[in-house]
Design a protein around this ligand. Structure first.
Ligand SMILES: [Zn+2]
Length: 447
C-alpha cells in the first residue's frame, strides 16, 4: 500500500556554495534507485523576493512521490544523515528546514504558501502549523528553512508554471571557472527563440545562464517545456563537466508574487504588490544614479525608487510626467531614519498618459517674430517692430509623448527569478508535462 508524500526543503547551504536545489538534485538521484514513484518534477518554488534575509534568492524545493510508509521512514533517515554532511555542521549561515507531509496538502498549507509569495511569514506561525498538523520535520540552526519547506509543499503550481534545467558540476570544483562558452549560449538562444527565456541580456550581450558565485550550479536554462530545455542544454558547451542535472518545475517567470493589488495606505514592509497610482512628482536622480518619483492614490502617496543597474528601465521611468497613471510592480522597503516607506520598482504598466504641454509667447502678426511679455497683465510686445497685443495670450503647445502605454521591465540581468519576462507576458502554461515524455534528471557515472 503506497501513500502520497510531499517533502519540503529549504535553506540547505554549504560553505563551499552548495544550495537547496543542488541538495535536492542529489536526493533525487538517490531516491530514484529506490522503489518510489515520482508524481511530479521536483518543484522549485521562489518565495517573496522582498524578504530581507533571503539574500541569495535561494528557492525552496518540494519533492512529491508515492511510496510505502516504511520507505518514507527510510527517506527521513536518509535526509537526516545527508543534511549535516552537506552543510558541514556548525556553518553559521545556513538554517536548514525539512518537512514531510503525507497525503494531499490541506487548504491551510496552501494558504500559507500563498502568503509566502508576497508577505512575511513568521517562523512561529509555521512551527505552530507544523505541530498542529503533526508533520515530521527537521531543522538545524535557527530552523528558518521550515518557512520555505512548508511553503514549497503547499504550492502545487496549479496555475502558470515554467521549468528550469539545472546542470551541476562537482562541489569539489565549485571554486574554479565553469568555462561556459558564450557563443554556444548565444547560438542556443537564437535557435530556441521564445521557447526559453532569460538566457542572454540583450543590452550587453552577456550570458545569464551561468551564475557567478562559487556554487555547484554550472548553468540553468529556463523555458516552458522540459523537452525544449533538453534540446537547449544539448547545445551548451562548457569546460567543466556536468556531474548531474535535474529539471525542476517552477514558478519562475510567472509573476506569482505580484497577484495582489494593494492601495498605498495598506502597504506593509516587505510586501510584493501591484500598486496603482498617479504620478505627482516626476523622476529625479539621487546619489548613486538611482531615480526617485512619487505616486499617489486616494489613500496616500509614496516615493518610488528605480535603481541604477536597471539601465534602460530607469531611463523609461524618468519619462513619466505629472498626471501619468501607472501600475507599479513593487516591493515595499520599510521606512528608515532618512526616508519614509519606499516602493522598489521591478516593473510597471503605464495605464494612462497625461497631456504634456508647454506655453509659448505668441508670434507677432505684423513681422512674424516671437513677441515678448510686456509685463504682468499688459500683454505682449514685439521686440523687432514694436507691435503690441494688449489682450494677447500664451499659446499652448502639446508636446509629443515618447512614452507609450504598456508594460516596461528592467533588463533580464536585473530581473527577479519570479519576474514575468516580456516573452511570457501573454503566456500561461497550465498543463504540467507529467508523466514526462523525456528524461528529467541524470547523473554522470564516473568510470
Ligand atoms: Zn513685429
Amino acid at each position: 500500500m503506497s501513500e502520497e508524500f510531499h517533502l519540503g526543503l529549504d535553506d540547505i547551504d554549504s560553505p563551499r556554495g552548495g544550495c537547496t536545489t543542488h541538495f535536492a538534485s542529489i536526493l533525487v538521484e538517490r531516491l530514484s534507485e529506490w522503489d518510489i514513484e515520482w508524481i511530479d518534477y521536483p518543484n522549485l518554488i521562489r518565495l517573496n523576493p522582498n524578504i530581507p534575509y533571503r539574500t541569495r534568492g535561494n528557492g525552496a524545493v518540494a519533492l512529491r512521490f508515492r511510496a510505502s510508509p516504511e520507505l518514507a521512514q527510510d527517506v527521513i533517515d536518509l535526509v537526516v544523515k545527508m543534511i549535516p554532511e552537506y552543510v558541514e555542521r556548525g556553518y553559521p549561515n545556513t538554517n536548514p528546514g525539512v518537512a514531510l507531509l503525507t497525503g494531499n496538502p490541506p487548504d491551510r498549507v496552501q494558504q500559507l504558501s500563498e502568503i509566502a509569495l508576497w508577505r512575511v511569514l513568521s517562523l512561529k506561525v509555521i512551527k505552530r502549523s507544523i505541530e498542529e498538523l503533526g508533520l515530521w520535520h527537521y531543522t538545524l540552526g535557527n530552523g528558518r528553512g521550515l518557512i520555505g519547506a512548508l511553503s514549497a509543499i503547499g504550492n502545487r503550481l496549479v496555475g502558470d508554471h515554467t521549468y528550469e534545467y539545472i546542470a551541476y558540476r562537482q562541489l569539489a570544483s565549485s571554486s574554479e571557472s565553469r568555462g561556459v562558452d558564450p557563443d554556444s549560449v548565444l547560438e542556443m538562444d537564437r535557435v530556441m527563440g521564445d521557447r526559453t527565456f532569460s538566457n542572454v541580456d540583450p543590452d550587453e550581450g552577456t550570458i545569464l545562464i551561468e551564475p557567478h558565485g562559487p556554487d555547484p550550479v554550472l548553468y540553468g536554462i529556463r523555458g516552458d517545456h522540459p523537452r525544449d530545455l533538453i534540446e537547449a542544454a544539448g547545445m551548451i558547451k562548457t569546460k567543466q563537466e556536468i556531474e548531474q542535472w535535474t529539471i525542476f518545475r517552477t514558478n519562475q517567470g510567472t509573476g506569482q508574487h505580484l497577484l495582489h493589488r494593494v492601495r498605498i495606505g495598506d502597504l506593509r514592509p516587505y510586501m510584493s504588490a501591484v500598486v496603482h497610482g498617479t504620478v505627482t512628482v516626476p523622476g529625479r536622480m539621487i546619489e548613486g544614479g538611482h531615480l526617485i518619483f512619487t505616486i499617489q492614490d486616494e489613500t496616500g502617496s509614496i516615493e518610488c525608487a528605480v535603481y541604477e543597474p536597471t539601465g534602460e528601465f530607469r531611463r523609461i521611468t524618468s519619462m513619466l510626467v505629472l498626471g501619468d497613471e501607472v501600475d507599479l510592480f513593487a516591493g515595499v522597503r520599510p521606512a528608515s531614519r532618512t526616508h519614509g516607506m519606499t516602493l522598489n520598482i521591478e516593473g510597471m504598466r503605464v495605464t494612462a498618459l497625461a497631456t504634456k504641454q508647454r506655453f509659448e509667447n505668441p508670434i507677432c502678426p505684423k513681422c512674424g517674430k516671437r513677441m515678448k511679455s510686456a509685463g504682468h497683465g499688459k500683454g505682449f510686445k514685439c521686440p523687432k517692430c514694436g507691435h503690441r497685443e494688449r489682450k494677447g495670450e500664451k499659446i499652448v503647445i502639446r508636446e509629443e509623448r515618447s512614452l507609450d502605454l504598456g508594460v516596461y521591465l528592467p533588463p533580464p540581468r536585473a530581473q527577479r527569478h519570479l519576474t514575468r519576462p516580456y516573452s511570457r507576458l501573454d503566456r500561461v502554461n497550465l498543463r504540467p508535462a507529467w508523466p514526462p515524455s523525456t528524461e528529467w534528471h541524470g547523473h554522470v557515472k564516473k568510470s
